[in-house]
Ligand binder design. Structure first.
Ligand code: NAD
Length: 408
């Protein structure tokens, strides 16, 4: 199942890559489903695949591979318009046909969550490599089934783990690797912003996100991110205790119609974590679409350790060493005289950090060409779905739940 970057190439259903006139240059054809949506269009098409189409993908040995997107969507007018706007030669409204097309190497999905598992199953059954938005499925059972199918099909599967590629979290992870924190004690995260109800001002997120029956909900949406963020920065997530809420029960959809918000729009979670060295760390993340931002970024994580602390957003990361830690004394009678924010130092990137989605796409496509596993695949995604499911269960049952290891 390897796309070799040489002139000798065997075409199979899974690796039928074309050879350009340049001889060595290969083409990866990517069927992109859901590109009329927010994520599919902005992050995947506009920020990732179109720029990659311009530059080609550079492999570890310097070989260039050409990228050829095929736009896929239900609405012919919309898909054609996008294809024309961005000068994309190939587009279709027939998802099944493109999945069956032996010249297509990768099937990408950023469509509605509730449609995802069926698309991915079909694509893998046709020997396609897959790259997909999260969550991979609505239920853990289905997410595990997908992971098994992916393993048995021998294809390369990638699931969006974009937060780990963001400059802020890359810097935070580097501090962990360099031992900056000493013994890590806790990680806390604050995510969210005000999502308008849609009556007087239109909502800035699609309405399905607020309907449980359409696959919406904060826990379902964000806990799969938090699982890989916690795993990727700290270590294993061992337990969850969550309280979910539907703070805004009535919203207005894209057509101005009032609807019942049946899904949770906030989730307050506490997680027991374990570092690779076996240390216990407490994690706590608040996620809400009914909160106003008094932060520097829409998501921020703070790690506290015995030797230092750091706060990272999507882009920026600041840190404070033990030696620079002030000694505040609690006295409500006196006004604060020092600026606590000024006591932190910015952590430099020391590198060009590109768009997170694009970086993961490049890594994934290199893995496809090399015929190897992508480090963020369907099993990691299943653990994300598991955390979301157990988070919802924990809230419903008002108790802490241990997280069992998933066996494929
Ligand atoms: N990685 C991230 O940070 C992130 C952020 C937001 C959303 N997402 C995920 O991306 C996916 C898409 O979310 P979005 O916010 O872009 O949603 P969206 O509503 O903007 O886009 C959904 C896409 O699915 C298509 N679609 C909708 N209903 C359909 C139907 N019945 N049949 C076929 N196609 C249909 C739409 O035309 C559109 O192309 C979701 O799975 C979501 O969980 C990921």
């Amino acid at each position: 199942m390897t796309l070799t970057a040489t002139t000798e190439q065997t075409a199979t259903a899974a690796n039928a890559a074309g050879t350009s006139a340049a001889g060595r240059k290969k083409v990866i054809r990517i069927a992109m489903n859901g590109i009329t949506g927010r994520m599919g269009y902005r992050q995947h098409l506009l920020r990732s695949i179109l720029p990659l189409r311009e530059t080609g993908l550079t492999l570890e040995d310097g070989t260039r591979v050409a990228i050829e997107p095929i736009l896929v969507g239900r609405n012919e007018a919309k898909v054609r318009e996008l294809a024309e706007l961005h000068n994309v030669e190939h587009w279709t409204t027939d998802l099944d046909e493109v999945i069956a097309d032996t010249t297509v190497d990768v099937v990408f999905d950023a469509s509605m969550t509730s449609l995802r598992a069926a698309t991915l199953k079909k694509a893998m059954a046709n020997g396609k490599h897959i790259f997909t938005e999260k969550p991979t499925a609505e239920t853990l059972e289905e997410a595990i089934e997908l992971a098994r199918i992916g393993r048995d099909a021998g294809i390369t599967a990638g699931v969006v783990h974009d937060k780990l590629y963001l400059p802020g979290l890359v810097k935070l992870r580097r501090l962990v690797d360099e031992g900056f924190f000493g013994r890590i004690l806790s990680i806390r995260g604050e995510f969210g912003y005000w999502v308008f109800e849609g009556d007087h001002q239109s909502a800035q997120r699609p309405s399905w996100n607020y309907r449980k029956e359409d696959g919406g909900g904060m826990t379902t949406d964000m806990f799969c991110h938090w699982n890989y963020v916690l795993e990727g920065i700290i270590g294993k997530v061992k337990s969850v205790n969550a309280k979910t809420a539907t703070h805004i029960p009535t919203r207005w959809d894209e057509t101005g119609r009032e609807y019942n918000a049946t899904a949770d729009d906030a989730a307050y979670g506490i997680f027991e974590l374990e570092t690779p060295d076996g240390d216990a760390v407490v994690g706590q993340i608040n996620s809400s679409w009914a909160v106003r931002v008094y932060r520097d970024e829409l998501v921020e994580f703070q790690i506290d350790g015995t030797h230092g602390s750091a706060v990272a957003g999507l882009n920026k990361c600041v840190a404070q060493q033990r030696a620079h830690t002030p000694k505040p004394v609690w006295n409500p009678d006196l006004p604060v005289t020092e600026s606590f924010r000024a006591q932190w130092q910015e952590v430099p990137a020391n590198a060009e950090l590109d768009n997170g989605f694009k970086l993961q796409w490049e890594e994934f496509l290199r893995d496809v060409v090399a015929g190897r596993e992508h480090r963020f695949g369907l099993l990691s995604a299943a653990r994300g779905v598991q955390l979301a499911e157990l988070g919802l269960q924990s809230s419903a049952e008002r108790r802490t739940l241990d997280i069992p290891e998933i066996e494929l």
